[in-house]
Design a protein around this ligand. Sequence first.
Ligand code: MSP
Length: 468
Amino acid sequence: MSKEKTFFVTTPIYYINDVPHIGHAYATIAADILARYHREIGDETFFLAGLDENSQKTVLAAEKAGKEIGSYTDELAGLWQKTWEKLGITNDDFIRTTEDRHEKTVIEFFNKVEKNGDIYKGKYEGFYCVGHEAFVKRDDLDESGFCPDHKTKPEKLVEENYFFKLSKYQDQILELLEKNPKFIEPEERYHEVYNFVKGGLQDISITRSTQKWGIKAPSDPSHVIYVWFDALINYISAAPERWPADLHIIGKDILRFHAVIWPAMLLSAGYSLPKKIFAHGFFTINGTKISKSLGNAIDPIKITQDYGNDTLRYFLFKEFPFGNDGDFSFERLNEVYNSDLANGLGNLVSRVARLAESLDLSGVEPKEKSLLDSAFRIHLDKLEFQQALDYIWDKIHATDKSLEKTKPWELLESDREKASGIVENLIRQIIEIQELLLPFLPDTAQKIKEQYSCPKIQLQDPLFPRRT
Ligand code: MSP
């Protein structure tokens, strides 16, 4: 059970060289589920989302679109924000790294690290992959020198850069990991990071003298600060008074930045560390990696226009465990929509409402605050979204069974009192289900609440209409 009275959760801040796809929606919805859950149990919750704009990718994308960079970033930022709004994401703030509040915090942060003696000038020689926004090793490239993830040939750069003494923090990070085996989850990711740190940390270059777009290094404005050193600080710059975050939700692709570089930066600048980093898995589409060049990215809005927001939320977290890789297909989405939502939950709710209507039963008073049962809370506290959903669906099946067994419809004429007793009992079970559904299926939970709490319970529109 969570004893915390406050809860601060973050999503990755996404690059704006592209439009949002369901991969981005995945991490964002996960944070939204948790934020809604923590609000439901009465925690003072802060949910932060945002965009990573000071990247070289932004410059290239603006050029490609033939747009001036400022108007390109504003346009894309508007689109991302609109997408989250349409998906019903309840972030409390939205940070853009081009905002003044961010720049101010990055400069303060950089100055603190420098004052601590952790920044020095050096020469860097390496292959820079813009896709990764990082230097990659020759070994990570294929025989022809191409990055296997981005199918581009990283340039060999030789630059005078400022370096951050990451190596200095190796022992402290190892100690931190040893003392906090739950600092990184799932467990296999923890081991991955632990072994990586144990293998030795090298200093990293944190400025670029060949680029113009970004935040200027305070001590040498001919350099801009490396996009990751800048981007990670968003978690503080949005609301410095709330730091540290309880949880960073990220994908497994950006684990080292969050679990190694970020803690070292924080230790150097003298800030507290986040309490937990959870790296989720990646999903493919019909077995294929989501990629811009294949053009197979799916716009989450497209799904929700056909099926509603809740179907997307349910499917993404029901289909495979959070933390694992998985696959997305419209075929499975449709199957799950039919079996679990339209015919499962939807049918149960409307059958019981119809019975309540014929018995003229009055609505249920909405509760002030829900307490949610502890087995369910344990799953959510452990980010076991799939198990939490299974737990709710077990209750739905049990309620279905008890409806089938008690057959109240046969008693409507002969024993109205007994029928009312049975249906009232079913209503109580549905209300309990409604409370559990709230973080996962907020629109559906709201519809059930309205249907079951008006003066008289009435059959209303189906919970999960298909729009096409
Ligand atoms: N800008 C950096 C993050 C900086 S955080 C301080 C970045 N941005 S990104 O736009 O590339 O987004 C990466 C994140 O998007 C992943 O970590 C993951 O959460 C999500 N996903 C992108 N593709 C995905 C899948 N195919 N599957 C699941 N999630 C995916 O990296």
